[in-house]
Structures are given as C-alpha cells and as structure tokens.
Design a protein around this ligand. Structure first.
Ligand code: NA7
Length: 537
C-alpha cells in the first residue's frame, strides 16, 4: 500500500487494555465491523503492561476486577489471590485476547500521534508515530486514565550517576535493589505498594514524602478453592450488585451514619472494617465522604492505627495525614506499609517541610541537605485522565484542537463525547465515574453503550453523532455539582483535581454522582433518541 493512502476501517480503537480489548470484541464480533486497535505497547494489558513496579497489585478484588461479558470466561478463569498481582492480571488479559482471537486485529508497538476529523468524508484520519495513516468513521479512545506518567521536573536529573525509573514505565527485565541505597519519591497508592517490597531487598530505602496518606491494610491472601467455587456459583448476583452500586464494587455501603453511632459502636465497626481490610473500609458508614465530622471519625481512627504501628513517635507523626480527610484522595490499601518504617534500613524524609531542590550526580538534595543514593524511583503518579487524550493531538471539526477545547479543564458530555469532535468516543473519559469506580464495571458500561450507539446509527443509516454544546455545558455543571456534594474536592493535592501536575487546570474530573445513577442517565439518554447529541447522515 502506498504510504499516502490511509488504510480504511469501520472503527479505530486506541489502546489494548481492559477497555480496548472488550471494545474490539463488541464491535467486531457483535456488529461485524472491521476494527483496528492501535497499541503503543508490545503486548495487551494497558495500565498493567506498563506498571510492573515491585508490589504492583490491583486494589479491587480479583473476582470482580474482571470482565462480566462472558459467563464461560468467568467460570474457567481461576484467580489465585484476593487481589490480583500485576503478572496475574497480564496473564488474564492475555488469556482473554487469545480466547476471543483479538490479537489479529491489534497492531502493537504503534503510538498514535495525530487524529483529525475529516468533515467532508465524515471520517477520522489517524496518524501514527511511524507515519502510518489509517481512517475510520469512528475513533474510540481506550487509553486508560493513568497512563501518562508524571516525572517531576527536578533540576539535575540528567546528571544523576545511578539508575532512575518511574513506576509507570518499569523495565520489563526488573530492577535489582540488592546492595543499593534507594530513594523513593511519592507516597500515593504506588509508593505505598512499592515501599515494603523495595525495603526487603535494598541496602537502604529513603522515602521522600510530600503528603502523608491514609492507608488501609489490604489483607491479601490466597483464594481458597471453596471461595472460588462460591463466587462462581454467585457470579450473576455479584455482577448485578456491582452494576447497581455506587462504585461498581459488589458490596453495600452501610446505611448507618458515623455520627449517629455511639462512640463504642463506631469504634467496633471501624475495628471490624480494619480487620476485613481493603477499599470497603470507606463503606463502613454512609456519610464518610459527605460529612466532614463523620469523615473525621474515620480519619482519626486511622491516625490512631498509624501511631500504634509505627514505633518511633516522630516518624509516626510525619506519616500521619492531617491536611485532608480519609478517602478524599484515592485511598491506598497496603501490605505492611506503616510497619516497614520500623525497619532499620528505612527512613522517611519530609519534602513538604524541606522541598526537593535538585537531583545531584550522587543523590537528591532537599533544602535540608543531600541524601546519597544509588537509585531513584519516582512513584509520582500520572497526568491523570486528560493526559493520554491530549497526547494524541486530537483535532475535531474545523481543525479545532482538543487541547484548546480543554484549556480550562476537560468538558465532555457524559464523559463519552466532546462537542466539536463528532464520532469520537472516550471510554472512561473525564466526566464519567471512571476512577471513582471499579474500572472493569465502568469500562463494560461504556463499551456496551458505545456499541449500542454505533448499532443504532447503522440501523438508522446515520453517519454521525456529536455531543451538543449545551448538553455538554449542562453535564459539566452536573459533574461539578456531584463533586461538590461530596468532600472529594477538599483534598488540595488530589490527582482527581489535576493538582499533582504543575500548571494543570484544577477541575474535579470524574463524575462523583455514583455509578448506578450515571448508568441510568446514559440509558435514558439513549432511550430518548440520544438526547443531547446531534445525529446526522
Ligand atoms: P499518586 O496518587 O498521584 O501519588 C503520587 C505521589 O507522588 C504523591 O505522594 C505525590 O505527593 C508525590 N509527588 C508527585 N510529584 C512530586 C514531587 N515533585 N515531589 C515530591 N513528591 C511528589 O500516584 P500513584 O501512582 O501512587 O497512584 C495513582 C493511582 O493508581 C492511584 O490513586 C490508584 O487509583 C491507582 P502529593 O500528594 O502530590 O503531595
């Protein structure tokens, strides 16, 4: 094929993680479309392909961090632990890709660098890093919410004589910490997972903390054959519960207020929730995310636990979060994170009080002095949600850039479409429940909605769908309102707000009104003839 000629498809999907794989299956095997998936990595897995850092594990539990679209798949796959470790998720997604014969339509090692909507032809023209051109009426981004890594711009990094890595671009061959003085920057979910594992091998680990974090014990462990069998017997009900809940997890949020419970009852419930462990701790009471005083009871309970675990009072105090409430930032879960600070080879440095000034050839310098290091690990997070979309230089009608449309923060209709960008769908885009939800639940709902929408267009001989500006405007207001009905926007350093990336607009990005409510809104929109969208020939 001459390189000036674009290869034509019915749909192009960007990304082969959880969302891209299912979207390919849905469009190809249900609608019979010619689909091409473009994936930057050399294998399937998306987020899990890149995040291979020590301790990488999902915070959702394995049996529901999985696809629900195939009962046969549910029955045949055997999860080994309560929470799946990164290699196990990769094996699962690879199995899905093989089982549904997906790889033949995925082009690996292919990064999209430009995508423009050709109005006359009503097609997206997509260009890859290698200069290849492809075209299709529909462009679907399945790029994940946490895939654009955030390496802080610290002067002197290029002068560092040791190795450095960002956890989200971890070397496939692994990293050997033995005999090394390792510095770890960042104490979000990633840093909290990596700390205990690195500490086991490293000569010394120095954790550079800017914001202390609440963390709940994960209580990971092997999954017994009986537990697996029980789950498999109940899968239909488990999935139903996930889809009808607030966060796409198959458990209930308590109906009790933390403030109505007496002090003893409250402590007993927190103790029970602490023993069970995991993200469901935040469901111990109904108002932990909506009422400041209720939240404070949970925050204070966890502060007490930190004091009880960490032997050195000064270290314990430094590890104690006081500037935000529990779960107002994404709450990490851990395996012996706080305990790790009792080891002789681990130290904690407060880079809020003494910020990092520079990386030197021999280590890292804060305003309080230099730390000599052989290796630096950046667990500094991601340019979340918008980063991967803006990296593709997406141009809509009239050549308008998505970067300009979103200069003041992301604006979408339902987190699915952007006004001015016809036939572009953004799976788990900003403005949808996405990261506030168990991701596979959110992904399947989006993929099913998009697939039904494309089927509807085809059945009605329609070629275009585009969000109306006024509908997007109203949706952005609803996203804001939903966020402000909770305590979520109160955490100053949260990546939900874009606050971790210097210069990023402070806008609360995910829809916080609850998954079930959101899914009902999407269903109603479709049932009302795709209300808020313009459909055309
Ligand atoms: P997060 O949650 O964004 O955490 C990043 C951490 O890195 C956080 O502690 C940041 O401190 C810290 N950070 C970022 N930049 C710097 C600089 N320049 N100096 C010092 N410290 C810095 O990312 P994760 O990868 O841990 O988790 C992302 C999500 O993955 C997680 O929420 C789950 O959904 C799964 P800050 O808090 O901004 O002060």
């Amino acid at each position: 094929m001459p390189d000036t000629q674009a290869a034509d498809y019915d749909a192009i999907i960007v990304g082969a993680g959880f969302s891209g794989l299912y979207q390919l299956h849905a469009l190809r095997d249900r609608l019979g479309l010619a689909v091409r998936v473009l994936e930057a990595g050399d294998g399937v897995g998306g987020t899990w392909y890149w995040n291979r850092y020590p301790g990488a594990r999902c915070d959702s539990e394995s049996y529901y961090y999985s696809y629900s679209f195939s009962a046969a798949l549910e029955q045949e796959w055997e999860w080994s632990e309560r929470y799946p470790e990164q290699p196990e998720i990769m094996r699962y997604l690879d199995h899905v890709a093989e089982r549904f014969d997906l790889k033949r339509d995925i082009q690996f090692g292919t990064r999209v660098t430009h995508a423009a909507f050709d109005e006359a032809a009503a097609r997206w023209q997509v260009t890859t890093e290698a200069g290849e051109r492809l075209s299709a009426p529909f462009l679907i981004t399945a790029v994940g919410c946490l895939s654009s890594t955030n390496v802080p711009d610290i002067p002197g990094l290029e002068s560092f004589r040791g190795e450095w890595h960002h956890t989200g671009r971890w070397p496939h061959q692994g990293v050997d910490f033995r005999g090394k003085r390792v510095g770890l920057v960042g104490t979000g979910s990633t840093g909290i997972q990596a700390t205990p594992v690195i500490a086991r091998d490293a000569l010394h680990l120095t954790v550079f903390q800017r914001t202390a974090n609440y963390s709940i014990p994960a209580r990971n462990g092997p999954m017994s054959a009986e537990a697996r069998a029980e789950i498999k017997r109940n899968y239909a009900a488990i999935r139903e519960k996930s889809r009808t809940g607030t966060n796409g997890h198959p458990w209930d949020i308590s109906e009790t207020s933390a403030l109505e419970a007496g002090p003893e009852e409250r402590m007993a419930l927190y103790e029970d929730a602490w023993k069970v462990g995991g993200l469901r701790f935040r469901a111990a009471f109904k108002d932990l995310l909506t009422h400041r005083q209720a939240n404070e009871t949970a925050s204070e309970f966890i502060r007490g636990k930190i004091r009880g675990i960490v032997h050195d009072p000064a270290t314990a105090e430094l590890l104690t979060p006081r500037d935000h409430g529990f779960a107002t930032k994404r709450p990490p879960i851990d395996t012996e994170y706080f305990e790790t600070f009792n080891r002789g080879n681990v130290s904690l440095v407060d880079v809020r009080a003494h910020p990092i000034e520079a990386i030197t050839p021999d280590g890292l310098r804060t305003t309080a002095g230099e730390h000599r290091l052989d290796m630096i690990v950046f667990a500094t997070g991601f340019d979340a949600m918008t980063g991967p979309l803006l990296a593709m230089d997406i141009r809509g009608r009239g050549g308008a850039a998505l970067a300009d449309a979103w200069a003041a923060g992301p604006r979408s209709y339902l987190g699915l479409q952007v006004a001015g960008f016809p036939n572009l769908f953004t799976i788990t885009g900003p403005g949808s429940p996405s990261v506030l939800c168990n991701m596979p639940t959110a992904i399947e709902q989006h993929v099913d909605w998009i697939t039904d929408c494309i089927r509807h267009l085809r059945d009605h001989r329609l070629a275009r769908i585009e969000a109306r500006e006024d509908a997007a405007e109203r949706w952005v207001a609803q996203v804001n309102e939903a966020a402000h009905a909770t305590l979520l926007p109160t955490a100053a350093s949260s990546w939900y707000l874009g606050a971790n990336v210097p210069g990023k607009p402070r806008v609360f990005m995910p829809y916080a009104g609850g998954f079930a409510r959101y899914a009902a809104i999407c269903r109603d929109v479709a049932a009302n003839g795709y209300e808020g969208f313009m459909l055309g020939r």
